[in-house]
Design a protein. Structure first.
Length: 445
């Protein structure tokens, strides 16, 4: 045997017999071992079932005395016992439920109590009738329109947080001395009027200093000088004298040109005119779509081209279309451009020239839209645009959100340009005609 084993090891026959035998044994163990586990599991489950049966029998034994005490005949079947307990439950439940019913009866009308003092909340019928007349006047209150009603409301930030708050405090002095004059000059230089305008005002103050007896005299003097400059350069917004009257709108990015064009179109429609819009801002993303939205709101035609198209070509086609369709006014939007970009300013010159070829004498008005928040920078913008094209008027936006209302004074003095309109709010009707007298009175009030 030993010799056979040694010979089998050498020949490898031993592994040929032993390995399959070992694998067979392992396979049998794998097959039958779970059965043993199942048997054990089944035994444990049977034990649990036996325990439940015993507990059930014990429970029934405890219940039997209750059945004997009742007048009902005893039932032998298990189903009958269950029926018995159901009947007992039905009999005992009303007895216990009758007790809470008595105190609940006076509580039934409680839901009606809130209906008496507050019928609006509990009754939808009464609320729909009673709330509507209350809600309508709240929406129609004129208080909401007050901030946009006057230029005075638009100058609140300039008066409270701008140079005027310091200036009005200075005017309370009863003595006009060197300190007052120096402080006055310092305040005016922070008023975004521009160096030229402030120098002009201080020269006048120094020349007439002997006439001032109090700070109030200086206040009245400055007030009248500013009023004189604004009134001298003031012009009302131009009327439509020929068809089509072409408005070329210029300005830097963010000044609010496109929105201003939409508001102007609304104003012209209110006057019974037929406006047309030209989307000449082909560079800014979504600028054409924004103008189209305003066209839809005002139900007017918008002439446009694909993004990146030649804005001069758009303007030329818009003028020809306005002539053929016999519209009253054409508002041409242009790309916002920095005033120090020479190539962009030259492109604006080209647009202006092309419009003149399409209609001699056009554009009839070239209006620059400036943001009041830009302060002295807005004054620089107006100067640069006036050198490129012949600017005829100014529209100032966001006056209500700025403390730099003094820029209007510098524009009128240095550029001799009229301020046509001022924006004192976001609503369409908040683009108001500029009144120099109203502006000065509100500023120095």
């Amino acid at each position: 045997m030993q010799a056979w084993i040694e010979e089998s090891l050498k020949n490898g026959e031993l592994f040929f017999y032993i390995v399959p035998a070992v694998l067979l044994i392992l396979l049998l163990i794998v097959i039958f071992w779970p059965d043993k586990k199942k048997e054990k599991k089944e035994e444990t489950e049977e034990d649990e079932i036996d325990k439940l049966i015993k507990a059930d029998k014990k429970l029934k034994a405890e219940i039997e005395p209750i059945v004997e005490n009742t007048e009902e005949p005893p039932f032998k079947e298990a189903g009958a016992e269950i029926q018995l307990f159901e009947e007992q439950d039905v009999q005992t439940f009303p007895e216990t439920s009758q007790k809470p019913i008595e105190p609940e009866q006076p509580t039934e009308p409680e839901p009606e109590k809130p209906a008496e003092p507050a019928p609006v909340e509990t009754s939808p019928e009464t609320s729909s009738k009673e709330e509507q007349p209350v809600a309508e006047p709240v929406e129609a209150e004129p208080v909401e329109d007050k901030p946009a009603a006057t230029i005075k409301s638009g100058l609140e930030k300039t008066k409270k947080g701008g140079f005027m708050s310091r200036l009005l405090g200075l005017f309370k002095n009863s003595v006009v001395d060197d300190d007052l004059i120096e402080e006055l000059e310092e305040i005016l230089y922070t008023a975004d009027m521009g160096v030229t305008t402030v120098s002009w005002l201080m020269d006048l103050v120094n020349k007439n200093r002997s006439k001032f007896t109090s700070g109030d005299d200086v206040k009245q003097f400055l007030k009248e000088q500013i009023r004189e400059v604004l009134v001298a350069n003031h012009k009302s917004f131009p009327e439509i004298t020929e068809k089509p009257t072409v408005f070329l709108m210029v300005g830097v990015n963010g000044a609010g040109k496109t929105t201003t064009i939409g508001k102007l179109a609304h104003k012209f429609i209110a006057q019974g005119k037929v406006p047309m819009l030209a989307a000449g801002d082909t560079f800014r993303a979504a600028a054409v779509e924004q103008l189209k939205v305003w066209g839809e709101r005002n139900n007017c035609t918008v002439i446009s081209d694909k993004d990146g198209a030649d804005p001069a070509s758009v303007a030329f086609n818009a003028v020809n279309s306005a002539i053929s369709k016999d519209v009253d006014v054409l508002l041409v939007d242009t790309a916002g451009r920095l005033q120090n970009r020479v190539n962009l300013m030259e492109e604006l010159v080209k647009i202006n020239r092309v419009i003149g070829k399409a209609k001699p004498g056009a554009p009839h008005e070239t209006i620059i839209v400036i943001d009041a928040n830009n302060g002295q920078n807005a004054l620089t913008q107006a100067k640069q645009f006036s050198e490129a094209v012949k600017v005829t008027g100014i529209i100032v936006t966001k006056l209500d959100g700025s403390a730099k209302g003094g820029v209007l004074i510098g524009i009128a003095k240095e550029l001799n340009l009229p301020v046509y309109l001022v924006g004192v709010g976001e609503k369409i009707e908040d683009l108001r005609p500029f009144d120099p007298n109203e502006f000065v009175d509100a500023l120095f009030e």
